[in-house]
Design a protein around this ligand. Structure first.
Ligand code: TXA
Ligand code: MG
Length: 327
C-alpha cells in the first residue's frame, strides 16, 4: 500500500517502475558499484534540469552519461580513440569514466557547455538491466545534495533527496563505495581528472600515466566538480596522524576515522575503523557511511588519518582531503 501522507520516495527493486518514471522525464536514484546515482534521460534537457534542481548543483558541474554496452557509446560521443576501446574492453562495466568528444544528441546542459562528455558503463546488475530496457542513456551524478558526501545505500539517498524524487531503485550497499576514476583522453595522452574506484595500479597495466597527469584535490581545486569543498560532511574534519592530533584538540568532542587502529581515549561509538584487516577495498566501501555516521554523532570534530598511498588508499585520501578543506 502506498502512503500518500508522506512525500518520501518509494524504495524497491522494480526495474519496470524505474523505467516508466525515467521515460516520463522523472528522476530515479539508481545503484551502481561506486555510489548511487541520480538518473534522468540524458537526451531530455527538461529531465536533466531536474537533476541540477534536486541536487542544488551549479550548472558548471558536468554530469556523467551511463549506458550498458560499448556499442551504445557511438550514440553519445563523436569519436572514440583507440585507447578508449582498450580501456573499455578491460574495465567496463566498472568504476571508470572516460571523457570523450561530445555527440550531437547530448544536450550541452549535461556537459556544462563543454564539447566533451563523461561516459561510463556501471557494474550493477539491476542498473544494467534497467539501462538495457531504456531507449536512451541516463545522465547521473552522485545522488547527494551538492557538496555533501555521496550515498552508498538506498537509505542514504532517501535521507537527503527522498522528498524530491519518486523512486529509488534499491541495489543494496555499493560494492566499491567511492566514485569512479575519471580519465580524459587527448589522443594518446591520458590524464587522471579524479582518483576513484579503479586503482592507478590497475590502469597502469594498460596505459602509461605520468605523475604530472594525475589531478588531486591540491593540484586542481577549481576544475569542474573538483572543488576542494566536495565530499564534505557538516562536521569539521582534521586529516593527519590521530595520535599527534588528539592531544591538540583536548576538550573537544572527537570522532575518529582510522584504517584499523583503536583509540581507548575516544568513546567506542565515535570511532570507526574502516577495515579491521587493513584492506583498502573494504576501507573504500566503508568510508562514506563512516562520515555520515559520525556526522550524526554529538561531536565537534572528526579526526581522520591518511591511508597508505596505494590502491584505493589514494582515492580515499583524496576524498578525506576534500572533506577536510577549510576554505
Ligand atoms: O562513480 C561515479 O562516477 C558516480 C556514479 C553515479 O556513476 N557519479 C559521479 O558523478 O560521481 P558526479 O556528478 O558526482 O561527478 C561527476 C564529475 C563532475 O563533477 C566532473 O568533475 C566530471 O565528472 N566530469 C563530467 N563530465 C565532464 C567533462 N565533460 N569534462 C570534465 N569533467 C567532467
Ligand atoms: Mg558527486
Amino acid at each position: 500500500m502506498q502512503d500518500q501522507s508522506t512525500d518520501m520516495a518509494d524504495i524497491g527493486k522494480d526495474i519496470q517502475r524505474a523505467a516508466t518514471f525515467l521515460s516520463q522525464g522523472k528522476l530515479v536514484a539508481i545503484p551502481t558499484e561506486t555510489v548511487y546515482g541520480l538518473a534522468a534521460n540524458a537526451f531530455d534537457e527538461a529531465a536533466v534540469v531536474k537533476i541540477f534542481e534536486a541536487k542544488n548543483r551549479p550548472a558548471f558541474d558536468p554530469l556523467i552519461v551511463h549506458t550498458f554496452a560499448v556499442s551504445e557509446i557511438a550514440g553519445i560521443v563523436r569519436e572514440v580513440p583507440d585507447v578508449a576501446y582498450v580501456l573499455a574492453e578491460r574495465f567496463w562495466p566498472g568504476p571508470l569514466t572516460l571523457i570523450l568528444p561530445k555527440g550531437e544528441r547530448v544536450p550541452f546542459l549535461v556537459t556544462s557547455g563543454h564539447d566533451s562528455v563523461g561516459v561510463r558503463i556501471p557494474r550493477h546488475p539491476l542498473t544494467l538491466d534497467l539501462l538495457r530496457q531504456l531507449p536512451f542513456p541516463v545522465a547521473a551524478p552522485s545522488a547527494n545534495p551538492f557538496g555533501y558526501v555521496s550515498p552508498t545505500t538506498a537509505q542514504h539517498v532517501q535521507d537527503q533527496l527522498g522528498s524530491r524524487i519518486p523512486y529509488i531503485l534499491d541495489g543494496g550497499a555499493c560494492a566499491v563505495g567511492i566514485e569512479s576514476t575519471i580519465l580524459s583522453l587527448n589522443g594518446d595522452e591520458v590524464e587522471v581528472l579524479r582518483l576513484g574506484g579503479l586503482a592507478l595500479e590497475e590502469l597502469e597495466e594498460v596505459v602509461h600515466i605520468s605523475k604530472a597527469r594525475i589531478k588531486t584535490s591540491s593540484s586542481n581545486p577549481t576544475a569542474p566538480g573538483m572543488l576542494s569543498s566536495h565530499y564534505s560532511p557538516r562536521k569539521k574534519v582534521l586529516l593527519g596522524s590521530i595520535e599527534a592530533n588528539l592531544p591538540l584538540v583536548d576538550g573537544a568532542r572527537i570522532g575518529v576515522i582510522s584504517l584499523k587502529k583503536n583509540f581507548p581515549q575516544v568513546p567506542i561509538g565515535q570511532q570507526i575503523q574502516l577495515s579491521a584487516s587493513g584492506d583498502l577495498g573494504e576501507a573504500a566501501r566503508s568510508l562514506f557511511s563512516a562520515l555520515r555516521t559520525l556526522d550524526e554523532q554529538p561531536i565537534d570534530l572528526i579526526l581522520a588519518e591518511p591511508m597508505p598511498e596505494q590502491g584505493l588508499g589514494r582515492a580515499i585520501n583524496d576524498r578525506l582531503q576534500r572533506a577536510s578543506f577549510q576554505g
